[in-house]
Design a binder for this molecule. Structure first.
Ligand SMILES: Nc1ncnc2c1ncn2[C@@H]1O[C@H](COP(=O)(O)OP(=O)(O)O)[C@@H](O)[C@H]1O
Ligand SMILES: [Mg+2]
Length: 512
């Protein structure tokens, strides 16, 4: 290479398009990643980041577009091809064998002479660990390691295979602050050694803290590529979220009524025994949709579980109207008027039972349905038939097995069941996750209709458009705390984006 020819980019993706049934995940994406830079890929959930990187790593094949690595056109048909080109990828979900040691995992799948190579590999791992500040015991079993350590093993594995270009998909989502700091150090160290880093994130502070450049994706498209030093979190938030959120459904003004849910200083632990909720307080009134926005993993799951009685609370109190339910069983809460449409919708139903049976799952103890375990089939069928019509569930019959329905219809059936008990509060946790636009719209309409009728609704969603469209007030959950509560108005979007990223906290006296 002569001095006059510029260094080719490490990665050049041109016109990359990828369609999934009903979704345009990547829409003519152009991405240029320079050698030796940390390039952030920023975007909300569903923006298409993982898909684009899975294409670069050979997991998916693009419908259109081309890729060059170090200036050379390539076609990458599998991770094996990618690895040969010096590309490594650390997925969001680690892919390590829990019952193997670190060394065994690192050399797994690298050919024969396993025992023979183990000692040699162990040496090399120690050397890589030291060079890149990746502390881990090569002889430890994976199950003994923390998430942070397991991630280091994944990075070592990629380096061991000669990765020069390293893709990390939301690598900080399950790390502690200290581990995040260590990871960022490692990445800097890697660029000093000539590696190129592609860093997927939706956290603005991470972008500004470590990247040289950033490409913002929204709805499958590139919105901009910027020098990080020439932008700021405010601008990034605006680009990521989009100035214009489509308020496709109108909601009329409603005078909120009585307080239906009151949460006071709620504290709860996550599965690792760390505080996932660090003192959450809010109230929801009749006729109000209260939205909780935030990036997944900031306490949403623990909040839902604590409210429905599946997770003990460390401190704080929860009231349904005037009734305290803090320590009630899930069953007692249901009887007191709590209903929930959880994010894992199939766990709330019995997929191998019919639509009709599922619809009475929670109310079958009522005398109208018969005595004991013997249900009056005729009553059950006519009851569920009414719900099917009311909620426009599309099913061949009420005897059809629930698992045979489409996602949107399963969700409608679930909402029908939960709402048929006229609950005092409905919790809707990511109610439209995985649904297409049409199905999403109907679910939204059902929720808005419920609001009109005076129902109090807690909406928890990572989809900001959903939260903005449906809610009256929005609380932003970050790292187990509420960063602020604002009205769901377009002018507050930027603030919400910053709070979601943990970059801004609204003083409590300004909460609405
Ligand atoms: N294997 C798949 N099948 C169908 N749809 C998919 C698949 N993977 C991703 N999608 C869809 O493509 C869009 C982009 O997803 P993804 O690339 O995972 O976004 P991000 O990583 O930015 O959150 C989403 O609408 C998602 O539901
Ligand atoms: Mg992703």
């Amino acid at each position: 290479m002569t001095d006059s020819s510029p260094t080719p980019p490490a990665v050049l993706m041109r016109g990359i398009t990828k369609r999934f049934p009903g979704v345009l995940a990547n829409d003519h994406i152009d991405l240029e990643v320079r050698q030796g830079e940390i390039h952030a890929l920023l975007g909300e959930n569903g923006a298409g980041k993982t898909t684009l990187m899975n294409i670069l790593y050979g997991i998916y094949h693009p419908d259109e577009g081309s890729i060059e690595i170090y200036g050379r056109p390539v076609s990458i048909h599998s991770p094996h091809d990618a690895i040969k080109l010096g590309i490594g990828m650390i997925h969001q979900q680690f892919r390590l064998v829990q019952t193997h040691t670190v060394v065994e995992n690192v050399i797994l799948g690298m050919g024969k002479g396993f025992v023979f190579r183990e000692k040699e590999a162990s040496e090399k791992i120690r050397e890589l660990s030291a060079r890149y500040n990746l502390k881990v015991d090569p002889d430890a079993y994976i199950w003994q390691l923390s998430a942070g350590e397991q991630q280091r093993v994944e990075i070592l594995k990629a380096l061991y295979r000669g990765a020069q270009i390293l893709i990390l998909d939301e690598p900080t989502s399950m790390l502690t602050p200290g581990e995040i700091e260590d990871l960022l150090k490692t990445l800097h160290r890697m660029t000093e050694e000539g590696h190129t880093i592609l860093f997927i994130t939706h956290k603005l502070d991470e972008v500004t803290a470590i990247s040289h450049r950033v490409t913002i994706l929204r709805q499958g498209r590139v919105i901009a590529t910027l020098e990080t030093s020439q932008t700021n979190e405010r601008e990034l938030a605006r680009l990521m979220v989009g100035r214009e959120v489509l308020f496709r459904l109108s909601k009329e003004q409603i005078q909120p009524g009585e307080v239906m849910l009151q949460v006071e200083n709620l504290q709860a632990l996550n599965d690792k025994g760390l505080f996932a909720l660090k003192g959450i307080s809010f109230t929801i009134r009749q006729g109000e949709i209260f939205g909780i926005a935030g990036v997944a993993g900031n306490g949403q799951r623990e909040l839902v579980e604590a409210l429905i009685g599946l997770r003990p609370v460390q401190a704080g109190r929860v009231f349904l109207q005037k009734d305290e339910i803090t320590h009630d069983s899930p069953r007692a809460r249901i009887e007191k008027g709590l209903a929930c449409v959880p994010s894992e919708r199939l766990t709330a139903l019995v997929p191998s039972m019919s639509v009709a049976e599922n619809m009475v799952l929670k109310s079958y103890r009522q005398p109208a349905f018969g005595r004991g375990i013997l249900l009056d089939r005729t009553t059950v069928r006519s009851y569920s038939q009414r719900l099917i019509e009311q909620y426009a569930v599309i099913t061949p019959s009420c005897d059809t097995l629930v698992k045979l329905l489409s996602g949107g219809n399963i969700q409608r059936a679930l909402l029908a069941r939960e709402l048929s008990s006229q609950p005092r509060l409905l919790i809707a946790a990511t109610p439209t996750a995985g649904l297409d636009v049409g199905a999403t719209e109907t679910i939204w309409q059902i929720l808005l209709e419920q609001r009109r009728q005076g129902r109090a609704i807690l909406l928890i969603s990572e989809d900001l458009e959903e939260v903005m469209t449906l809610s009256d007030r929005v609380a932003v959950l970050f790292s187990g705390e509420i960063m602020g509560i604002v009205r769901s108005e377009a002018q507050n979007l930027e603030k919400i984006g910053l709070m979601m990223a943990g970059a801004f906290r609204l003083p409590q006296e300004e909460w609405v």
